[in-house]
Design a protein around this ligand. Structure first.
Ligand code: ARG
Length: 461
């Protein structure tokens, strides 16, 4: 029997019921639905809208339903319309007339808005701590590799020497901003929509501050139409999750590249790699590839939410039932990715010799060679040209700037002397870049230390 049976003379068509029902995906909010109903029942009891004794009986009944669901004694009916209907129906079965009073001064519209907010607030907290953990792991790896010289790239061409620690800390900074964005999404989710009713509140003397306090909301939705019809907190969270996935995907792409024999800068632990069914030599970075691939789902979820919401007149429309699968999928996907990604980074073996070897080929100290001449008084453009000529000479002679004899240097520009070798040593090139934000080992250590201190306090700036 449907909630709206009074107005209708027939039961809903079976297939239509399946189409209309959201129980298969909103049943995961059973706890939040019950929490919300307990707060509502408490409030309407305190405000004298129902008898205190009825309010108490309803709360007891709801607590019983919660423990029965958790223990497996009560199964959620897959034919129910949604989780709200199911729990209210079960309560009425258990309590009779009293159960029917729970929905006084409430609508499923404010109820569902409440449940999603409560559910997502918990999930944002979980996501936040998962990101904090990943940032911590990255900082430790960066500290361990603060002196590991590697080529920095632009256009995927060797460009200038940096350290692996410096490279890793770039991701720590991105993820710190992601945490900040999550905090902002949390604040926007932290408003109590309960009391908005179907769209226009209610004439009962409810007190929305009571439910806000009981449910731990910082704020109260100030407009009832907005309270029931907006889902921008879902869109905002999906946007933040999409950005997180962009960061994880770029990081994954680099790990995949670094695992290849062409690079071999890192090797993933066996526990976080897979083999091939036919090629015995293979060790594949499947986890990183899946994280990269799964970014598409999360972007898709964001697009779903934006598209669902963009054309619907205020207030509630059934289109909005489509919000949940999208935002749940985005949250689940990011959590799943982080669960595999963080220990993969933590256990990843770094091979500094290969990074150092790659750094030695590719003339990534050419800028420093030119700067050396500039420090000796040459205008930068002349120094640039002389160094370019030297690079061409090295390529021709199949050698490097470090190995080229000083006589050859002098032939191209007589400002050169033996001091050039120190100026272009990769270690010096890196460690002289001590400027704020630079790759010098001491910078990397300081940056990682600063970030670790921040996150230990749960903060991001
Ligand atoms: N299952 C619905 C949803 O997820 C609950 C709200 C139903 N409200 C309504 N007026 N039909 O959006």
């Amino acid at each position: 029997m449907k909630l709206w049976a009074g107005r209708f003379s027939k039961e809903i068509d079976k297939k239509t019921n399946d189409f209309n029902s959201s129980i298969s995906f909103d049943s995961r909010m059973y706890k939040e639905d019950i929490e919300g109903s307990i707060a509502h029942a408490t409030m309407i009891g305190e405000c004298g809208i129902i008898e205190k004794s009825e309010s108490e009986a309803i709360i007891k009944g709801l607590e019983g339903i919660l423990s029965d669901i958790e223990s497996g004694k009560l199964e959620i009916d897959p034919n129910a319309e949604d989780i709200h209907t199911f729990i209210e129906g079960e309560l009425t079965q258990r309590l009779g007339q009293t159960g029917k009073r729970l929905h006084t001064a409430r609508s499923r519209n404010d109820q569902v808005a409440l449940d999603i907010r409560l559910y997502l607030k918990k999930e944002i907290k979980t996501l936040r701590s998962m990101l904090i953990e990943l940032v911590g792991v990255i900082c430790n790896k960066a500290e361990e590799n603060s002196t590991a010289v590697m080529p920095g790239y632009t256009h995927l061409q060797r460009a200038q020497p940096i350290t692996f620690g410096h490279h890793l800390m770039a991701y720590a900074e991105m993820l710190l901003r992601d945490i900040d964005r999550l905090d902002c999404a949390y604040r926007h989710t932290d408003s109590n929509p309960l009391g908005s009713g179907a769209l226009a509140t209610t004439t009962y003397p409810i007190d929305r501050t009571i439910t806000a306090r009981l449910l731990g909301f910082e704020n109260i939705c100030q407009n009832s139409l907005d309270g029931v019809s907006d889902r921008d907190f879902c869109m905002e969270l999906a946007s933040v999750l999409s950005i997180i996935m962009v960061h994880l995907s770029r990081f994954s792409e680099e790990i995949i590249m670094w695992c290849s024999w062409e690079f071999k800068f890192v090797e993933l632990d066996d526990a976080f790699s897979t083999g091939s069914s036919i090629m015995p030599q293979k060790k594949n970075p499947d986890i990183a590839e899946l994280v990269r691939g799964k970014s598409g789902r999360v972007f898709g979820d964001l697009m779903t939410l934006l598209t669902v919401m963009k054309g619907i007149a205020l207030a509630y429309n059934k289109d909005m039932q489509e919000d949940k699968e999208a935002i749940f999928d985005a949250v689940d996907t990011v959590k799943m990715c982080l669960t595999a990604f963080t220990p993969m980074i933590d256990t990843m073996k770094v091979i500094p010799e290969n990074m150092r070897r790659a750094a030695a080929n590719g003339f990534i100290n050419a800028t420093d060679c030119a700067d050396y001449l500039v420090k000796k008084g040459l205008p930068f453009r002349d120094a640039y040209k002389a160094t370019g000529t030297l690079v061409a000479l090295c390529i021709e002679k199949k050698t490097t700037l470090e190995e080229l004899p000083i006589e050859e240097y002098k032939k191209i520009c007589d400002t050169f002397d033996e001091g050039v070798y120190e100026a272009i040593s990769l270690e010096n090139c890196v460690n002289d870049r001590k400027t704020l934000g630079g790759p010098a080992s001491e910078n990397v250590k300081a940056q990682a230390g600063r970030v670790k201190e921040l996150i230990s306090k749960g903060s991001t700036e």
